[in-house]
Design a protein around this ligand. Sequence first.
Ligand SMILES: [Zn+2]
Length: 479
Amino acid sequence: MRHLCYLLLLGLCSSLPAQVDEIGANKEAVLASVEEQSETLIEMSDQIWALAETAFEEHGSAKILADYAEEQGFRVERGVAEMPTGFIAEFGSGRPIIGILGEFDALPGISQRTQPTKEPLEEGAGGHGCGHNMFGVGSLGSAVAIKNLIEAGELSGTIRYYGTPAEEKFFGKLFMARAGMFDDLDVCLDWHPSSRLEADVQSSLALVDFIVEFRGQAAHAAGDPWNGRSAVDGLELFTTGINFQREHLQPTVRIHYHIQHGGDVVNVVPDYSRIWVRVRDSKREGMLETYERVKEIARGAAIMADVDYEITLVSGLHEVLPNRTGGAAMHANLEYLGPIEYTQEEIEFAYGIQKATDSPLEGIDGSVQPFKETRENPGGGSTDVGDVSWLVPEIRLRAPTAPIGTPWHSWAVVACGGMSIGHKGMIHATKALAMTMVDLYERPDLVEEIQAEFQERKGDAVYEAILPEGPPPIPTGGN
Ligand SMILES: [Zn+2]
């Protein structure tokens, strides 16, 4: 890049694309830093990919990230918010304080080799079917690029990386949010592996998870069934009630359940049953309304079966509060970076994945998607980033780490996330995140505009984590 300055001095830059010298020295520096780190970042991503540790078990993965941050000169605090695998890495002082989120947990049972046909690396082991190996590393790489500039006196303020565990199951960010760990941030960023390259300005679904247990009276199923009261009858009436209720719900509502206990043997009237229920809606209010309705259905089912019932809240997520001002800044940087280019081998790999998953043969798309309208009721999933987005304006990015139409949370995402398709998406995301952070440090007016939009969207809502009292459910025991 220094090279460019000489060209400019010599007046020889006219043949260069105009945009090359428009981004400024700090953005050039973060791009160089990401390039410099790229080998290490890819190595760390592959290590975390191979470890494939699931929610709250990510000891090795968290250590890789926290150690790298420490080596780079960050102040690292491990085991935050009562989570052994949660950590915070910070550098610099004063405002602005810019946060960036990193995830690193895998999903159980989807171990996979880096090949376009299904074959586990280790039978029954976990796999990074949501690409969090890249998510955690990419975010940290961009934080390091910013740290270098703060250290060199080119930018002033604080950069803070959040190592957020257990996104897939226990929602680690909720415990950090409840502990007030996002409260002093000016702006926060995150990205997520995807099959498209775009500034993400869509919301997500709010959800609540809860357990319903029914307790009755055991008896011989043939000998004296009149002495029994079946907990499974209660459970069946409950799910029947839910399924009748569906017709009268808004199209934005989703209800899923997982029957966890339905008796042990056929010749005993079961005295215990247990079901995990998840209610979602595009807005928290609608979700909470349906939650109350479903709780009433449980009560009715218990009355009909003449059994006792108990409802235990597990946790809940807020829908993402989008920020278009921040999204537009991210989009401009994506436009500058341009598309991700793929080799013939990578394109073949993508087609292989699509063949193996019966997806349309559309290949892989590294082009920058247009800056989209924010939809009122987006479909899709939920994320604990939603909770952060009600505490601090959140700028979000999606970058392709898998071909178009790849079934998510599947072996196919695992396969791509451990090879060059995933690596390229991650490095590209790292650059876009770092460039957008440069905008935030250099332009207090942009931060103000982002915060003004946040205030307007948030209104007078007061954030409260949807969590029962007590510490996070850290698994104990020896396996
Ligand atoms: Zn994910």
